[in-house]
Design a protein around this ligand. Structure first.
Ligand SMILES: Nc1ncnc2c1ncn2[C@@H]1O[C@H](COP(=O)(O)OP(=O)(O)OP(=O)(O)O)[C@@H](O)[C@H]1O
Length: 732
């Protein structure tokens, strides 16, 4: 790639040795390149070095080489030529004449935000058109005509830049519809370039030239503030932009006419560059030394302007809050860069374009889209986020369709906050609450079967997770989470089911296997079958099997018989075991205290059952002793648990006479104190009520937050409309 190059006029050659170039200030940047003022040391001459990042450049090295060669062969006073080009690490350096006043775009941004006066425009456009005429005559399409690529030097000389090198970003000729993804705003693009399937030729440059004329006249290209897809549709569907006969009174009729000739949708009706040069507007154009040079007479050097622009952009961004600032940055950046790539994935564009609607439709679409987004976020997000996603929909359907991207971002933020708050306060109950929220919302809003299915699917997942949590260590938090989870399930079961919360909680408490997790009391667990997980869910049994495979002998109900107590069991005749199994072990349900009450009865009848059998009492005794021991242990455990649940609120409640006194575990001699069960039920009820209150408060808080965000969005919409109104006036 690297080579010596001769300039067209002075026959000077420039080396391909990077150390011969001293890079000075940055004077510009584009989509894939940064341009520096530099000194070519052998000649002590100021040059521009464009450092093109090859990693950001979509073409292969051969294409780049070819384009660079073409660029070096160019020899026209209005086209920037490359002195030479060479690869430095992962960059292509292109050495060019330094254009001391930079691009027209920079100049407008720094000092002529409303555009140039007509005489300057005429001169600039005429020089540019000469460049185009030259390129077209030589069979080249520039494809990137815009103010940002029209460079000025201190004498007012105008040169069209970015031919060739920027073309490395897209394929040439027939391959112009390349694989690359579209980047940038299509403000300067001709309709035929944007329209899938239709070919384009050098007349596309004439359209861009017309857009550039408007850009120089107004300080910005038409539609430049719109999102790319909107611009695309407007270019294809709307009447071509132009100079308004009323609003643009300061411009001559010939200027308006010339622009109108360029901006004809039918490319065959556009004039060639050669013909356009003969237009009266150009015939009367002044030499650039007269009209252009004065534009920058009092301005600081280019690099200071560029620096000032960068600072200004940064300050603007800092002032504006995200994500609107982000959008602005993108918009500005796209505007600066303009059409940087005419190669884009046309299918992708087609899809995107088909999603864009007219202004009126856009609001509607956005509404639908955003309401779907809330669902999508829910769908795709993690559990905690989906909690919020559902909160959005849960907290009133009237929020649907009004939630913007901003709100969603905030919503996610809220979600995270909410999550941490909840996790702080609830710990393991978090997931169960999520499950419940989902169920509530799935009951409240089910726009479609598929959505419902998805929600149901999620609910199931959630329930599975909930179960896993329930089977964790037996802690008060688990109790909380469990009752919530079950409440959620009750919503899932019947969305119209309305029951007094106490009744429901009561029922759920009965159902609740809240004490069925592995009992985390090592001194006891290791000594008896309580060490085995008591829950019978398949998933849990899997883990049980994993853990206790080594010494597992038999599973009876919820109890596994391990090798630790196998000796006690092996002596029991098989018929007895089979019989107990067929009826269900008396210990099967004993893990749940509520159920344990009921199961204690059949257990008490056990001696009678056994007495009717032919099993010798001596064989049964060890087994019965073991069972008795287990039962006693369970009772002790339950007593301990109840004690641990004796939080201040419960104490209060107890003092108010609502709760029966705690049973004294070992004093019961193995008999279950009915008061304990009653007390547990009341405790759980109390916990459920507290949880319900907390959920309501959380929902209210979320609703308030979203109301606030909605108001913010309306405020933004109003200010956006005002801005659009101004913009339309400007464009008109
Ligand atoms: N020879 C030069 N002399 C002075 N400034 C230059 C020169 N070439 C480019 N610039 C400045 O650098 C900016 C970026 O250059 P250029 O457009 O070639 O980069 P790019 O990455 O190809 O950008 P894009 O593809 O977005 O147009 C120009 O807008 C211009 O302001």
């Amino acid at each position: 790639m690297g080579r010596m190059a001769r300039t067209g006029t002075s026959h000077k050659t420039y080396s391909a040795n990077p150390s011969d170039y001293k890079l000075l200030e940055e004077v510009g940047y584009g989509a894939s390149a940064t341009v520096y003022r530099a000194i070519y040391l052998p000649f002590n001459e100021v040059v521009a070095v464009k450092c093109l990042d090859l990693d950001r450049c979509n073409s292969n090295l051969d294409d780049i080489r070819r384009e660079a060669q073409t660029m070096s062969l160019i020899d026209h006073p209005n086209v920037i030529k490359a002195y030479c080009s060479f690869v430095v690490e992962r960059n292509l350096w292109v050495v060019m004449p330094f254009m001391a006043e930079g691009s027209c775009l920079h100049l407008m941004k720094i000092a002529y935000t409303d555009g140039f006066e007509e005489s300057a425009i005429g001169s600039i456009l005429k020089e540019t058109l000469k460049a185009l005429e030259y390129l077209h005559r030589h069979g080249h399409i520039h494809r990137d005509v815009k103010a940002g690529n029209i460079l000025l030097d201190s004498n007012g000389v105008v040169k069209l830049a970015d031919f060739g090198v920027s073309a490395c970003m897209f394929d040439k000729g027939d391959r112009q519809r390349s694989r690359n993804t579209f980047v940038g705003t299509p403000c300067w693009m001709a309709p035929e370039v944007l329209q899938p399937g239709s070919g384009y030729d050098f007349k596309a440059d004439i359209w861009s030239f017309g857009i550039t004329a408007l850009e120089l006249a107004h300080g910005h290209a038409p539609f430049s503030k719109y999102p790319p897809m909107k611009v695309l549709l407007m270019t294809i569907q709307n009447a071509p932009p132009g100079l308004d006969y009323d609003r643009d009174k300061k411009f001559s009729k010939s200027f308006k006419e010339m622009v109108a000739m360029c901006l004809v949708k039918d490319q065959t009706k556009r004039p060639t560059a050669e013909k356009l040069l003969k237009h009266s507007f150009f015939k009367q154009a002044k030499p650039p030394e007269l009209s252009v040079k004065k534009l920058f007479a009092e301005l600081p050097p280019l690099w200071q302007r560029v620096k000032a622009l960068q600072l200004k952009d940064a300050a603007q961004l800092a002032l504006k809050k995200m994500p609107s600032a982000e959008q602005e940055a993108i918009s500005q950046s796209e505007y600066k860069r303009g059409v940087s790539a005419w190669n884009f994935d046309i299918e992708d564009l087609k899809v995107q374009a088909s999603l864009v609607q007219d202004d009126d439709e856009i609001q509607e679409m956005r509404e639908e889209d955003e309401s779907m987004k809330s669902f999508v976020i829910d769908k795709d997000s993690s559990d905690s986020r989906s909690s919020l996603g559902k909160s959005i929909s849960t907290n009133d359907n009237f929020f649907r369709g009004r939630i913007t991207g901003d709100e969603l971002a905030q919503a996610e933020c809220l979600s995270k906050k909410g999550k941490s708050l909840r996790s702080d306060s609830l710990e393991s109950s978090n997931q169960e609450k999520i499950g419940q929220e989902k169920d509530i919302s799935s009951a409240e809003m089910m726009p479609s079967t598929s959505e419902k299915d998805m929600v149901n699917a999620k609910t199931k997942t959630q329930m599975v997770k909930g179960r896993q949590t329930q089977s964790g260590p037996l802690m008060p938090g688990v109790v909380l989470s469990h009752s919530l989870s079950d409440r959620g399930r009750s919503f899932e079961r019947s969305e119209n089911e309305i029951q007094p919360i106490t009744e429901k909680a009561n029922r759920e408490v009965r159902r609740a296997p809240s004490f069925s997790g592995p009992l985390m009391l090592p001194n006891r667990a290791s000594a008896n079958s309580l060490s085995a997980p008591i829950k019978s869910s398949a998933g849990y049994r899997d883990s049980l099997e994993e853990k206790s495979k080594a010494n597992l002998v038999q599973i009876k109900g919820r109890f596994s018989v391990t090798s630790e107590n196998v000796d006690l069991v092996k002596d029991i005749p098989l018929c007895a075991v089979a019989r107990r199994s067929s009826q269900g072990s008396p210990l099967r349900k004993s893990a749940s205290v509520g159920d344990w009450m009921f199961d204690s009865k059949p257990m008490l009848t056990t001696p009678k059952d056994f007495s009717n059998s032919n099993v010798p009492a001596s064989l049964l005794m060890p087994h019965l002793q073991n069972l008795f021991q287990q039962t006693s242990l369970q009772q002790d455990l339950i007593t301990n648990l109840l004690n641990s649940l004796q939080s201040s609120e419960i104490v209060d409640a107890s003092q108010n006479g609502k709760l029966p006194p705690l049973p004294r575990g070992s004093e019961n001699n193995g008999n279950v104190d009915p008061g304990a069960s009653e007390r547990e039920r009341l405790l759980l009820l109390k916990v459920s009520e507290l949880q319900a209150r907390m959920i309501n408060l959380t929902d209210e808080l979320t609703a308030e937050k979203f109301k606030y965000m909605q108001l913010q969005q309306q405020l933004n919409a109003v200010s956006g409309q005002e801005e659009d109104g101004d913009k339309r006036e400007g464009d008109a």
